[in-house]
Ligand binder design. Sequence first.
Ligand SMILES: [Zn+2]
Length: 84
Amino acid sequence: MPHCKNMTELLSASLESPLPRLTRLQMQLHLFICQGCRRYRQHLSFMQQALLQIDQQNPAAKLPDNVKQRIKEQLAKVKQVDDQ
Ligand SMILES: [Zn+2]
């Protein structure tokens, strides 16, 4: 089963492309037992929804890749705080 640190990467990766079935199963198991990662997934999904809405409201306002990267880093920090 993946560790919390791997989970943050896997959850982010799962937003960009589908993951192998076994990996998804292992992630589900981890999410079942780990509240920190469930919370991280909620943050991630909230951010994704917010970004989608921005895109829909103003298609010209695409976020540059470096901004997306900074958002991911901030989310990773939120996850680390949750682990403590
Ligand atoms: Zn975890």
